[in-house]
Design a protein. Sequence first.
Length: 385
Amino acid sequence: MRGKLRISPRIAALRAFMWATTQARDATPGNRAMTQLVRQSLVTYGAPLCETVDDCPEPRGSEVLVAVDRCGVCHSDLHMQDGYFRLGGDKRLDITQGRALPFTLGHEIAGTVVAVGPEAAAQARPGDKVAVYPWIGCGACAACRLGEENNCTAPRHLGVYVDGGYASHVLVPHPRYLIDYAPLAPAFAAALMCSGLTAYAALRRLAGHAARGPALLIGVGGVGSMGLALAHALFGQAPLVADIDAGKRQAALAAGAAAAFDPADPGARKAVLAATGGLSAVCDFVGSDASLGFATGVLARGAKVVVTGLIGGSFTTAVAMFPIKAMTIEGMLTGTLAEARELIALARAGKVTPIPIRERPMRDAQAALEDLRAGKVVGRVVLTA
Ligand SMILES: [Zn+2]
Ligand SMILES: [Zn+2]
């Protein structure tokens, strides 16, 4: 027997309420201050985001309420939505703990200050246009005391542990996390806070090794294309790139890469070694068994690989290769607040070529995530208020 799809009176009432609040918001497009918090919420892991409406929080103490102008869509948001990272084989790292649902993803935020708590009044004013450093720590652990809030043991990272930027507003705990970005475009400033910062912090860790010859960047998607833009500024020479996607290789060559290789081509490893004699600085923006295998297969002695991609998989190598090759493999996630300020300063000085950015309305957050998952995005998608 086939039944009719029935909507309970409660859900119908909720839909009517959400429709009414959406209409009220759309009727006053310029008025985003302090009334409603409209979020593209993660309600259930593994399910599409859906719009929810709450009262806007009021900033207390040192807090600052920022109206979101732009929020970038990052590959890590897909893992957050899934609720796990793949660790190789059937193994998964569950990341559903420590987060109340509904939750707001989004950590690449640029916005406008709309209200400040009493202790923040001296450092932030309504109307300030700011990029928001999202990798906020507890302020008390050993990492935080060293200025590495991104490596905090009790993190409050926006869009990861605390509500982020797929919303009309975001609450920032202190004005020191706000960075002036004029005259940069707001979408570019937003993208600098994760993909840009990750690429910048990763390449900084390769600076000494990149002095020995060209660097190789593996994976030139969102973060990797930022790396390509930054490599010229940081290393003073064009990097090589490797990507399995022909379109991304082509885009990288057009953006100034010295050469592009397809790591899925069985002859690619020999071609890199023949062209370079072995590389000293490699950045793996993919982070899979295949990408790290390729990275470690093209090294000179004394080389370093920085891994910052999170695609997953497991990697094995002969332990003896560490001493024989004098090889370093270093992992990192994002960068510090000081590095974020350095990066914005570099970009404001015109030393970072903006990556291709496509802007989409905030209500398209789920569609943007699906495009990213399907590998359809070149550069970055940034949601707009
Ligand atoms: Zn990110
Ligand atoms: Zn901490």
